[in-house]
Write a protein that binds this ligand. Structure first.
Ligand SMILES: [Mg+2]
Length: 379
């Protein structure tokens, strides 16, 4: 029997309203790779914006011709070929990293389907347990000007089976959390009261907010009294001095790193000694192959890995397996409210149950992408 080779590579940009982000339009770039024996693999880049999506589409198209005829089970070699071929325009970051992420994820999916192995079987799980589950967290934004509504909404997620929530601040809508220190402190006190003593509560500064060091210390010290689990990206990624000074004043864990692109960027932030939790998005960091190298760095430093999975179920499927591949992972984030790219895109959407989620065990990513939905949201 002849070895299946890559027959077709197509790129599918999508745009969709995200209910978890006040129905704002978001953008992703999917890649579909089909082998000569009819298997199909899907990958995703979290391109987020129209311009980055258009650019990534063109790069995927430019790389696609060289993939035809290659053996998809040699995905690591293909990954290295692409790194080599794009040396001039992708050193340490940029759109090629998106394109390579989507291609790499699709190849792992395809390889798993051809060889009848799930992703977790291919990359190896953190231990030998037979029922591997990951604690699961609702990853949210707040939009409502009436914060009582937001407090009740978040308490409900805990009742529904999430072990807690992480709230992105400074996002779309009228909640304006992250702007007023006293109001922010009161909000977290109210969340703690409503969600109960065991709920994990994390707060994530959005990029539109600029926090001074002194007010950040005041905020996090007060949140600490409400049992905050971690504060995420309190400053811009390169403001290492601010991170260090904040760290001297608090005991809460500090998360960050999600704007880096590859193991070089991650080794810089890890070596800064300012983070406890390292955020990484498989749709940005050169895919599963890139992510595995970053997880090794995180493990070597004894930090915590956190997959930033806030896009499609393709990303979520890969992220859950990657989370299950390391003992340095505390939880898996999910968008809690029904949305097109999680609940329409695949046949069996991921759901939290009693505070945890299982690891996909079908071949490849373990999901079935509905191509009509990809076409429906075409950008
Ligand atoms: Mg974040």
């Amino acid at each position: 029997m002849s070895i299946p080779t890559i027959a077709r590579v197509t790129v599918h940009p999508v745009t969709y309203p995200e209910p978890n982000d006040n129905n704002s339009m978001r953008f992703l770039t999917f890649v579909r790779i089909e082998s000569t024996d009819g298997h199909v693999g899907w990958g995703e880049a979290i391109t987020q914006f129209p311009g980055s999506t258009r650019g990534t589409v063109e790069i995927v198209k430019a790389l696609a011709d060289d993939l035809i005829g290659k053996d998809p089970t040699q995905n690591l070699g293909i990954w290295r070929d692409i790194r080599k071929a794009t040396w001039w325009y992708s050193y340490r970051g940029g759109l090629v990293h998106f394109a390579l992420s989507a291609i790499d994820i699709a190849l792992w999916d395809l390889k798993g389907k051809i060889t009848s192995q799930s992703l977790i079987q291919m990359i190896g799980q953190r231990d030998s347990s037979t029922d591997l589950r990951i604690p699961v967290l609702a990853s949210t934004h707040v939009f409502n000007a009436n914060l009582d509504i937001e407090v009740a909404r978040h308490a409900k997620y805990v009742q529904e089976g999430y072990m807690g929530f992480k709230i992105g601040m400074g996002k779309r809508g009228d909640a304006r959390i992250g702007y007023d220190v006293d109001r922010d402190i009161k909000f977290v006190q109210d969340l703690r009261f409503a969600a109960g003593p065991k709920a994990w509560i994390m707060m994530d500064r959005g990029q539109s907010l600029n926090w001074r060091l002194d007010e950040t210390i005041a905020r996090v010290q007060a949140w600490e009294e409400s049992g905050l689990k971690w504060v995420e990206e309190p400053f811009e990624p390169w403001e290492f001095e601010h991170f260090r000074k904040l760290r001297q004043q608090i005991t809460t864990m500090i998360a960050g790193g999600e704007r880096e692109w590859d193991y070089r960027g991650y080794s810089e932030v890890i070596n800064s000694g300012t983070l406890d939790v390292v955020g990484v998005d498989v749709g940005r960091v050169e895919g599963i192959t890139g992510m595995l190298s970053i997880i090794k760095l995180i493990e070597a430093a004894g930090l915590w890995f956190n997959s930033h999975a806030w896009s499609s179920a393709i990303n979520t499927a890969a992220s859950i397996a990657l989370s299950a591949s390391t003992s340095r992972c505390l939880l898996q984030e999910l968008k809690p409210d029904e949305n097109p790219m999680q609940h329409e895109l695949i046949e069996e959407p991921f759901v939290a149950s009693k505070g945890s989620i299982g690891v996909p065990d079908k071949p490849g990513l373990g999901i079935t992408v509905n191509e009509k939905v990809v076409a429906k949201y075409a950008f």
